[in-house]
Design a protein around this ligand. Structure first.
Ligand code: ACO
Length: 399
């Protein structure tokens, strides 16, 4: 690899790199991906082992601090997060001011941005205690904000967090509990959601994480940086793909055109239609997370006794695509989003909440990258170059 800043200084050369396919803006110790081999590791631990044995909070601690916690460290991390779940009452008026049909991702990014106004101490980004406090606050409050966004879209009353519950159970209750009836936690749903959050927890320099890093490189605080990351995740080519997959499966079901015909339309690039949930900038092999998600889809639907024809369509699509030269030649395989939507739907989440769930999962990664960036003496403000292809100098006409 070449250090481009030295090369640019010595030669005046600028590399044109649309989509940054070949530009590393940083060194990082957090996540390793080998896209050709389909390998993903957080801090050296294979994703399969973490998904089988760990919990989301333990993985969050690992990503942020670099090492797995001891039992005591995990207990204290968990306890601190539970103590910070409450939102300032004034944030309610903030929610009230937003339209009831706002997309929950817009609500989420706005509310996270607003956290800077409630916690102005978050501006002290060089004070380790403050950074730790902002970390805990964000991990504790993002799920609550997300659940409030959900409740708002339903026109239902917000519940207060119940801090005797685990991170995931608390979140499920805030989403599906009502003032009228207690919410009963289903351990299979709870376990599956925890596992899905683990699978989304980091993915090195993806678009939203790069956004967090770019904003963070200006020394913006954690809430401002993560709010920008949430907006980047919202796009349909990134986190919004899980929502787009479900819409695509429903369209195939409702149109009655058949899976084979749909695949033909994708291959012919009719109206730019793509097989959503397929393909990845980095994975040119089966996304290791997609394998694990597919197992969870079968387990959750079986446990809930749900038969969803959309899962059958997804499996048929996958089978056809994996045997088809168009997809084989371009190395297009299912990505993490291909099956998540079916699971979230079975759990009871509306489609518009899918990307919000992705954001909760990705939060530890964003925080870990923001902290790594700020701890790295080599960090510089992000400032890409361009190749100017506009008009040469011309004179303003005198009339
Ligand atoms: N369906 C059909 N064809 C596809 C797809 C797809 N999902 N993805 C890529 N291709 C084709 C392109 O048309 C192109 O074909 P061509 O060479 O004939 O022009 C070729 O494969 C390469 O595609 P690019 O767009 O150059 O690949 P890139 O690495 O830039 O894009 C991306 C990756 C954005 C993920 C793309 O595969 C895509 O749009 N997938 C669907 C959206 C999606 O699932 N996004 C989620 C990504 S994972 C995540 O954010 C967690």
């Amino acid at each position: 690899s070449i250090d481009m800043s030295t090369l640019t200084k010595q030669t005046g050369l600028t590399s044109l790199d649309y989509g940054f396919v070949n530009t590393a803006p940083t060194r990082s110790k957090i996540t390793f991906i080998d896209g050709e081999a389909g390998i993903l590791r957080y801090r050296g631990y294979p994703i399969e082992q973490l998904a089988a044995n760990s919990s989301f909070l333990e993985v969050a601690y690992l990503l942020i601090n670099g090492e797995l916690p001891t039992a005591d460290e995990l207990a204290s991390f968990d306890e601190r997060i539970r103590r910070h779940t409450l939102l300032h009452e004034d944030l309610r008026s903030f929610f009230n001011a937003l339209p009831h049909d706002a997309h929950p991702m817009s609500v989420l990014s706005s509310a996270v941005s607003a956290l800077s106004t409630f916690y102005q101490d978050s501006l002290s980004i060089h004070d380790p205690e403050q950074v730790e406090l902002s970390t805990i606050r964000l991990l504790a409050k993002l799920p609550v904000i997300a659940a409030y966004a959900h409740k708002k879209s339903l026109g239902q009353a917000f519940l207060y967090p119940d801090n005797s519950l685990s991170f995931v159970d608390n979140f499920l209750r805030l989403n599906f509990g009502t003032l009228a009836e207690p919410y009963e936690i289903n351990p299979t749903v709870s376990k599956a959601l925890d596992r899905l959050l683990i699978l989304h927890a980091d993915h090195e320099q993806n678009a939203s994480t790069s956004t967090v890093r770019l904003v963070g490189s200006t020394q913006a605080n954690l809430f401002a940086s993560v709010s920008a990351g949430i907006n980047a995740l919202y796009g349909p080519l990134h986190g919004g793909a899980n929502e787009a997959v479900l819409d695509m499966l429903a369209t195939i079901r409702d149109s009655g055109e058949g899976v084979q015909r749909f695949v033909e339309r994708v291959k012919n690039k009719e109206d730019g239609v793509r097989l959503m949930g397929f393909g990845h900038r980095v994975y040119k092999n089966y996304d290791p997370r997609a394998k694990l998600v597919k197992e969870s889809a079968d387990a959750v639907l079986a446990d809930l006794g749900v038969h969803d024809p959309l899962l059958d369509i997804a499996k048929e699509l996958e089978q056809i695509a994996l045997d088809d030269d168009y997809f084989i030649q371009r190395k297009l395989y299912p990505n993490v989003d291909f099956y998540t939507g079916v699971i979230y739907k079975a759990m009871g989440f509306p489609t518009r909440m899918f990307t919000v769930l992705f954001a909760i999962g990705r939060l530890p990664g964003w925080i870990a990258h923001w902290r790594e960036l700020n701890a790295d003496p080599a960090t510089k403000i992000g400032r890409p170059q361009q190749l100017y292809v506009g008009e040469p100098e011309r004179q303003y006409p005198t009339r």
